[in-house]
Design a protein around this ligand. Sequence first.
Ligand SMILES: Nc1ncnc2c1ncn2[C@@H]1O[C@H](COP(=O)(O)OP(=O)(O)OP(=O)(O)O)[C@@H](O)[C@H]1O
Length: 243
Amino acid sequence: MVRLESVSVSYQKDLEALKDVSLSIEKGEFVAIVGLSGSGKSTLLRTINFLTPPSKGDVYVDGAKISSLSKKKLKKVRAKIGLIFQDYNLVDKYSVFNNVLLGRLAYTHTLSSILGLYSASDHKLTEENILKVGLKDKMFQRVDRLSGGQKQRVSIARALTQNPNIILADEPVSSLDIATAESVMDYLVKFNKKRQITVIVNLHDINLAKKYASRVVGLRDGKVVFDNSPTQLTNEMLHEIYY
Ligand SMILES: Nc1ncnc2c1ncn2[C@@H]1O[C@H](COP(=O)(O)OP(=O)(O)OP(=O)(O)O)[C@@H](O)[C@H]1O
């Protein structure tokens, strides 16, 4: 489903953010990427959808080598990858409904999207996904009036509206208190299990990674130093990743 073959990323000469990373992630996995600040977690996620091109190595998504794709084909691959960010990335002045509807953007003709012309099935899907994240009563409220946890549920609903095969989430719960963070993680796990969506999530909090992920990848200075089940995260391994 997602394969990185000897991927390195350099932002500047003599500074590699990722160093020879090879990973293979199968459909339906729930993978947490952990590591210190600056270890390369965001770079790894951005490399998967080609927002950051690798300077060496290859990335494959659903069997397609993404560096070789035409613009049109890359857009198609990206349409199937939902993105969730720490700062939600919502349009503040839009309602919950209109933010979630934006998940259909990649499938909509540019002119139609400018004119706000989405199909009846897009509207239906949007409504269904808002209900699935428990925001029925907020459907037509502006998102800037919502709490952080509610905003993150809107961005999950928007990602779902893409009908994604993969969700990439970059520190999705770092701004939230622990109870709210867990409720957001519960939603991610629910959709991972129910719809077999592959979830790859960067997490600061190792306890959340242990609790929710089926696999943990530990990065240190751009290298993979751990790749196993969370049950294998011994003190020695934590030391390897963090100290
Ligand atoms: N756009 C950029 N230009 C130059 N250097 C960058 C850029 N983005 C990241 N880096 C550098 O690449 C390295 C990895 O950064 P990255 O953001 O991937 O780490 P991270 O593990 O996600 O960190 P954090 O947990 O703080 O978000 C760091 O040394 C960082 O300074």
